[in-house]
Design a protein around this ligand. Structure first.
Ligand code: ATP
Ligand code: MG
Ligand code: MG
Ligand code: MG
Length: 580
């Protein structure tokens, strides 16, 4: 067992630990990680997007936290802790109090002063920096914290995968010049690779949109899984990899049919999406479509709203973007939806944000059509409806490959293939957006006040727990990567109540393993072997050792790795060698 897995664990007996597994497959869970986390009793729902982590769940969460913290420390970042509640004034300095959108949970205290529950912490860290940092000699510096965040997600789902309250590692770096920022960006990019490798995840880094956070360069780290909410594009012949949204933005995939149809659409006549679909000969019920309602703001700048539609339901958030030429566009982040609607008076002014939010809430094509009509009535000129590439729901992954396979890669090398991913990390080169807005300066080597360049680097600590299960499970339950397992070894005793020898031998082994720094848990609950083994498999412990009367008589232990199909009998030395 590698040294990084060794700890000084306090002894842990399952009889004294609150393990609460369930045989039932929870009906409300759509994806395997959510099902297994509920079955294993790792989390319990309090309200939409709010979860209590049970003692078992917390052990796993702490393992992820530990890996993230150790690698961040090793990379030279320094940990601090910022509050979860943030004052409104700070968010007004950057304009994000209005712009951030519906994900921002706004709160008032007893004096009616405004606060929000932090969804991210650029404002707080920049405020910290402007009072703590005064000289270039203190730079570069990278501050991080592992802290609870709250985002009022439109559709919290999949358990902790898209929760409203969740645990994030967020880091923010400050630099006297862009070269230093670029170096730290690379350092964090490499560190993220080490973190996800150490956690035993199959992942890819892809180009990403900078979205609501802003900035110039950005990469997302995705755990590859068919249940992922993001579609990723990969080149067949190069390292090119991007979130599909961006792949389209940097090099639009030609869609002559859609562009042609768009020219034909005259929305005052074709008022509903069904009408437009009919015009284009598309069967709306067939599959998921991305639908973009295109239009122009008061100044004639092209704009559009996009929704993913399956049958007559909007299955993904409406997104909004500015259009810079037909077929070439940049999608806004979900967080920006009512940002744009609310903050740009020329655009949809009186219709939004209520109308747009209603479309999202109702999730129906009819509501979407109403929105189009409503927008028209308010003088918003709807130029057309653009039907994008088919996007599948998670269980239709084959579709996306069929539909999109073979489009040319934007870098000109090879063709695009597609996979689905779960975003577990995101690195941004922010530049001076926040230091400028908040007047954060330091003195450079010539004594001149300069605005530091910033980077920010997020990891979804709690989301990783679910993402890891998507990649590591079988019919019997979770199969933890070693670095995330709640314990490395389960020592199971057969018939302990009737057999003092068995309890004594199991107890001794369990103590010996823990003393050697190998995290072992003792299953002393006195369950029948079948039920005991089912639990140990369900909760995904990598190594299982069974201590029984028969084994003691033969001088052996029954050992089985979670991934092995058969158990084997090993004597003490062989067992310790295997576990050590
Ligand atoms: P997503 O695209 O999934 O909504 P995001 O791009 O909005 O994520 P970031 O602002 O990049 O998220 O935040 C950093 C990380 O926090 C993300 O990479 C993700 O792993 C995690 N995260 C974001 N939103 C949630 C959520 N609702 N539940 C759990 N983790 C989340
Ligand atoms: Mg988001
Ligand atoms: Mg994202
Ligand atoms: Mg992101």
């Amino acid at each position: 067992m590698p040294a990084s897995l060794r700890v000084n664990p306090p002894p842990m007996r399952l009889s004294q630990f609150h393990l609460h597994t369930s045989k039932e497959t929870p009906a409300e869970a759509e994806i395997v990680s959510h099902k297994l986390m509920l079955k294993a009793g790792m989390i319990r729902k309090l309200a939409a997007g709010l979860y209590t982590w049970s003692p078992l769940g917390l052990r796993v969460l702490r393992k992820v936290e530990r890996a993230v913290r150790e690698e961040m420390d090793a990379a030279g970042a320094v940990e601090l802790l910022m509050p979860t509640i943030q004052p409104q004034e700070l968010w007004e300095e950057t304009g994000r109090w209005e712009k951030f959108g519906g994900q921002l949970l706004k709160i008032k205290d007893r004096k009616e002063a405004g606060y929000c529950y932090g969804p991210t912490a650029e404002e707080v860290i920049t405020d910290f920096a402007r009072s703590e940092l005064s000289s270039y000699k203190q730079l570069p510096v990278n501050f991080y914290n592992i802290q609870t965040k709250f985002r009022d997600e439109i559709r919290p789902r999949f358990g902790v995968m898209r929760a409203r309250e969740f645990l994030m590692k967020d880091a923010y770096s400050f630099h006297v010049d862009d070269e230093s920022l670029a170096a730290e960006y690379k350092n964090m990019y490499d560190t993220y690779g080490r973190i996800f490798t150490r956690l035993g995840l199959k992942f890819r880094a892809v180009f990403a949109d900078t979205g609501a956070i802003g900035g110039s360069a950005s990469h997302e780290f995705h755990v590859l899984a068919d249940s992922g909410e993001d579609a990723l594009a990969f080149s067949s012949d190069s390292d090119y990899a991007a979130n599909v949204e961006l792949a389209e933005a940097v090099a639009p995939v030609p869609r002559p049919a859609a562009a042609e149809a768009m020219r034909k659409v005259d929305t005052p006549t074709q008022k509903t999406c069904e009408d437009v679909a009919a015009l284009m000969g598309i069967d709306l019920k067939r599959t998921v479509k991305s639908v973009a309602v295109m239009g122009a703001d008061a100044d004639g700048n092209p704009q559009f709203v996009l929704a993913l539609v399956r049958g007559d339901h909007v299955v993904n958030e409406i997104k909004l973007a500015k259009l810079s030429g037909l077929g070439e566009y940049r999608l806004a982040n979900e967080g920006e939806i009512d940002t744009h609607l609310g903050s740009e008076p020329g655009f949809l002014g009186p219709v939004a944000p209520k109308q747009a939010m209603r479309v999202v809430a109702d999730r129906s094509v009819a509501a979407m059509a109403d929105f189009v009509v409503g927008a028209n009535e308010k003088g918003f000129h709807i130029a057309g409806v653009n039907w994008g590439r088919d996007l599948p729901e998670p269980d239709d992954v084959a579709d996306i490959r069929n539909v999109a396979e073979g489009d040319p890669s934007p870098d000109g090398k090879g063709t695009l293939g597609f996979a689905r991913g779960i975003e577990v990390g995101h690195v941004f080169a922010l530049g001076r957006k926040y230091s400028e807005a908040m007047q954060c300066t330091v003195l450079d080597a010539n004594g001149k006040a300069v605005m530091p360049a910033m980077g920010c680097y997020g990891i979804g600590v709690s989301r990783i727990v679910a993402a890891a299960i998507e990649q590591n499970h079988d019919a019997n339950g979770i199969v933890w990567p070693d670095a995330m397992a709640p314990w490395q070894v389960a020592v199971c005793m057969i018939n302990p109540k009737n057999d003092a020898n068995v309890s004594a031998a199991a107890e001794a082994l369990y103590r010996e393993l823990n003393a050697a720094g190998i995290e072992a848990v003792l299953d002393d609950r006195g369950l029948r072997p079948g039920a005991m083994f089912a639990d140990i498999e369900l909760i995904g412990i990598p190594h299982r050792v069974v201590v029984s009367e028969r084994g003691i008589a033969a001088g052996s232990f029954e050992y089985r790795h979670r991934r092995a199909s058969e158990a084997e009998n090993l004597d003490r030395a062989a067992l310790l060698a295997r576990l050590g």
